[in-house]
Design a protein around this ligand. Structure first.
Ligand code: ADP
Ligand code: MG
Ligand code: MG
Ligand code: MG
Ligand code: MG
Length: 614
């Protein structure tokens, strides 16, 4: 989930006196990086995915499924095994994630820019899943999902109780410190510094799915005893309440990073992919159960956003202040601006920027659009600063820049080349996709994102809509069954930049089906655009068949003829004999759900409703 460095981290109180210097150094580092790397050119288009997995302990006797908090041990073993891999074996790399039950796996080296490389994606994912599974015991499983009942009773193995009085545990009534990854200082420190900066626990509200027997109004009571005295947060009617960063950052996703030829192409791809992010969020919806309840949303986005919201009461506009500027959203949130100079007319919302940072970048000769993007990132505070490295040499380090950059979590990330990696170019990361249950699906989403990127590049397509519409689309994309019922602002002629684009005449509200599969006489559709491109570049029949299987899955998800994981899970719960139609996903249902998911993803049990007929 971001930058990992070692040392003794500063608390929030210790960080405060250094803030002006830390930001000044961060900007100086970016300016230096820009001057050293800004003119790099002619890089090949490489790419790589990231998948987050959870470890689950199954107890067949009591029919309980709990998250297995052994990622530290499992990661060590995975890393050791990866070191010993011989040529010809799948190469993989492993990273820690926020929770002690999560691991993140990527290909060991990025994929090259070829159609053949697209066929390597799924086998590598299969190998990764097997590698994790090999480290686990008989009643332990690895799943690429977000766990449905975090925070419910004793949800960890080994069992750990939430310690509400413990400031280190960010005072959560529901979340034990043992569920935060312990092998790296970043995670616990970040969680504590968010709480300390905010001056309260984080407060996460998710609308409950009102079923036939759900109490109405539904009022959440966070402890089993119904005791709410120490809750200190206000429950909202008909909402579930959660009080720890782990409820968001402990959920899983699928990300894809691309390398562009040069900085200008990276800026173009960042912008062009931005309007596509909400489409992928709706199309990949996978999170209908939260804290053991069916919720009225289908994806994790707004939960994570609330889980890391470090804004002070003044910044959130809860308390009036003559000196503090209100900030309209969390540091995890929808993209605020396009970054290519030619896109600036679509930046239709007022953008908060750190004025001092902006001025310095412009004075150093960086163009206004790029300066504005970075100055917007810099409205946030660094939350992870190490005592040993407060003062830095900008020719040797970009750590203060990266600390702020890597804790601005938006739809896309613009990744500059690291100072010390001569072979690496400018990259962009596609971030909102929900992780899928099976390797086939994850490969399909990854390949789709890769192919649409190639099509944008080759055909010079133009998907830009005003950035305010992208934000609106992100809201809509999270709604229950958005893939079937949502309407999204989208360009219906993308062939070239036309004059009417400026007046908005090109933009319509379209269903995901129209956007993905196209409309008769209207928008051609993302998949037909990809298919047209593939007929030009793929000559080999078996490659065509494989890539088509991926595209068919996404096409069917868009048309509704196969279910999203969110819909499939929701139906599984509602059809389970132990479901009392009261929104409660009890432990027996969770256990059976995990068993079924394990059968499908680890033992290739057929599931036509989710995957279509293969
Ligand atoms: P982060 O967590 O910061 O997003 P990770 O290192 O976890 O970064 O994942 C980055 C992804 O980018 C991996 O899939 C990796 O294979 C891929 N990658 C690495 N180098 C390049 C490159 N030069 N171009 C494109 N992708 C790359
Ligand atoms: Mg991650
Ligand atoms: Mg990563
Ligand atoms: Mg405890
Ligand atoms: Mg990433």
């Amino acid at each position: 989930m971001g930058l990992l460095t070692t040392g003794a981290p500063l608390s929030w109180t210790e960080t405060v006196p250094h803030l002006p210097s830390l930001k000044a150094q961060g900007i100086e580092q970016f300016i230096k990086l820009w001057s050293l790397k800004g003119s790099l050119a002619n890089f090949a288009m490489k790419f790589g995915d990231e998948i987050e997995y959870i470890l689950v302990k199954m107890d067949p006797e009591t029919k309980n499924a709990r998250v297995l908090c052994e990622a530290e041990k499992v990661l060590e073993q995975l890393k050791a095994a990866a070191m010993e891999a011989t040529p010809g074996e799948q190469s993989m790399a492993w990273n820690p994630e926020f929770a002690s039950y999560m691991v993140e796996g990527t290909p060991g080296v990025p994929y090259e820019d070829s159609i053949a490389a697209l066929l390597s994606v799924e086998p590598n994912m299969v190998a990764r899943r097997n590698a994790v599974q090999q480290q686990l015991g008989e009643t332990e499983i690895c799943l690429s999902i977000s766990f449905p009942s975090l925070g419910v009773g004793t949800f960890t193995h080994p069992p750990a109780a939430a310690d509400e009085g413990n400031p280190e545990a960010a005072f959560s009534l529901l979340w034990p410190q043992e569920a935060v990854f312990n092998g790296h200082v970043r995670f616990k420190n970040l969680s504590k510094n968010i709480t300390d900066r905010r001056r309260s626990k984080v407060s996460i509200h998710v609308p409950i799915f009102m079923d036939e027997a759900t109490p109405s109004p539904y009022m959440d009571s966070p402890t089993t005893s119904g005791e709410t005295e120490n809750w200190n947060l206000e429950a909202r009617p008909d909402h579930i309440l959660m009080d720890h960063m782990g409820f968001g950052m402990g959920l899983c996703c699928l990300q894809v990073t691309f390398q562009a030829a040069d900085v200008d192409e990276a800026r173009m791809l960042y912008d062009q992919l931005t309007p596509i992010t909400p489409v992928l969020l709706a199309l990949s919806a996978a999170t209908p159960c939260v804290r053991g309840k069916l919720v009225d949303l289908d994806s994790r986005w707004s939960i994570i956003s609330q889980s890391v919201d470090d804004r002070t009461p003044e910044e959130r506009g809860m308390v009036e202040s003559a000196t503090v500027t209100a900030i309209p959203k969390s540091r995890y949130g929808t993209t605020s601006c396009y970054i290519a100079s030619s896109s600036s007319r679509f930046n239709d919302t007022s953008l908060l920027i750190d004025e001092d940072s902006f001025r310095k970048m412009v004075e150093a000769g960086i163009d206004e659009e790029m300066s504005r993007h970075v100055a917007h990132l810099f409205i946030r505070s660094p939350l992870q600063v190490f005592k040993e490295r407060i003062e830095q040499d900008a020719t040797k380090s970009t750590e203060h820049f990266e600390t702020i950059q890597s804790s601005n979590w938006m739809n896309m990330r613009f990744k500059p080349p690291p100072l010390d990696a001569p072979g690496m170019g400018w990259r962009v990361e596609f971030r909102p996709t929900e992780v899928q249950l099976t390797d086939f699906e994850n490969a399909a989403y990854c390949v789709f994102i890769m192919l649409i990127t190639r099509v944008i590049k080759e055909k010079k397509l133009d998907f830009l809509v005003p950035i305010s519409m992208v934000s609106e689309n992100m809201e809509r994309a999270q709604q229950r069954d958005a893939v079937l019922h949502g309407k999204f602002f989208f360009r219906h002629s993308v062939e070239k930049v036309s004059d009417s684009a400026e007046s908005g005449e090109d933009i319509k509200e379209m269903s995901i089906n129209s956007i993905v599969n196209g409309e008769v006489g209207g928008f051609p559709g993302l998949i037909p655009l990809i298919q047209e491109y593939l007929t030009e570049v793929v000559t080999d029949e078996s490659t065509h068949v494989r890539l088509n299987a991926y595209l068919t899955l996404l096409s069917k998800r868009a048309s509704g003829s196969v279910k999203t994981l969110a819909r499939w899970t929701r139906d599984f719960v509602r059809e389970h004999p132990a479901y009392a139609k009261d929104s409660d996903v009890n432990s027996e249902i969770v256990y059976d759900l995990m068993k079924e998911m394990d059968a499908i993803s680890n033992h290739n049990k057929e599931c036509e409703a989710l995957l279509g007929s293969k």
